[in-house]
Design a protein around this ligand. Structure first.
Ligand code: ADP
Ligand code: MG
Length: 226
């Protein structure tokens, strides 16, 4: 228990530090990326040079992604007010968001919400949690596969399940989830699950994984209902 408290203290300091660093790094990154995108439209560049430009823009995109994930963990506590949140509305808006950013990779997300699912949480953090989990489900799936998201109220809890029929995880892989920078993806940041675990713990929820290598995964999130 003591170790756990120490751990969360460490995470807090890491969070504050990375917020400061992230702010300073993000702006110059955005400026450089903007100019590279301008160069890309320049007709005097050779195809080879344009290939280099595309690579640079892509790499900067990855760097930006790492930074924004750090930034959202590290936002000051006072910005994170508790809200009465309708899980159904948030799930719908997360689905739309993933759709409009083209993050669905041709996959379908099906929502199935039963009854009244209301929890007390910060909406931005709740969205971030859901986006990370659903994005992982899509990235683990084959093109066109279905990701099923269900929510229901059960014995004082709201239970959310995210099910994919993708690659699944071994026991070792599950045990590594939440370790900063643990990722099996070539373009992964390995920060998503760490952020999710933090948010779940902060709002007294739980997160569980039921998975079978090669067959798929169900992530179960529970929060006390109100
Ligand atoms: P990232 O998505 O950037 O790799 P995450 O922290 O979100 O980082 O996830 C860490 C790793 O956990 C992923 O690289 C992947 O190997 C594994 N993982 C997470 N969710 C799933 C899932 N639904 N199915 C299979 N593997 C998963
Ligand atoms: Mg992820």
């Amino acid at each position: 228990y003591y170790e756990q408290i120490q751990q969360s203290g460490r995470l807090k300091i890491t969070g504050q530090l990375s917020a400061a660093v992230a702010h300073e790094i993000r702006n110059p990154l955005t400026v450089v990326k903007g100019f590279l995108q301008l160069f890309e439209q320049d007709t005097s560049f050779t195809a080879e040079r344009k290939g280099h430009l595309a690579l640079m823009i892509d790499e900067l995109g990855t760097a930006e992604q790492v930074i924004s994930q750090f930034l959202s963990v590290a936002k000051p506590e006072k910005e994170k007010v508790l809200e009465t949140v309708d899980v159904k509305l948030v799930l719908q808006s997360v689905k739309d968001l993933l759709h409009s950013y083209g993050l669905l990779h041709n996959n379908r997300i099906e929502l199935n919400i039963m009854g009244d699912c209301t929890i007390s949480i910060n909406t931005i953090e709740f969205k971030q949690l859901l986006i990370n989990i659903i994005k992982n489900a899509i990235e683990a799936s084959k093109m066109g596969d279905l990701v099923l998201v269900t929510a229901r109220s059960e014995k004082g809890f709201v239970v959310i399940n995210v099910t994919d029929h993708g690659r699944g995880m071994s026991e070792e892989e599950v045990a590594s989830l939440g370790t900063p920078f643990y990722s099996l993806k070539s373009k992964g940041t390995g920060l998503g699950m760490m952020i999710c675990f933090n948010i779940v713990e902060k709002y007294k929820g739980t997160i569980d994984f039921q998975t079978s290598k090669g067959h798929g995964t169900t992530v179960t999130i529970r929060f006390p209902s109100i």
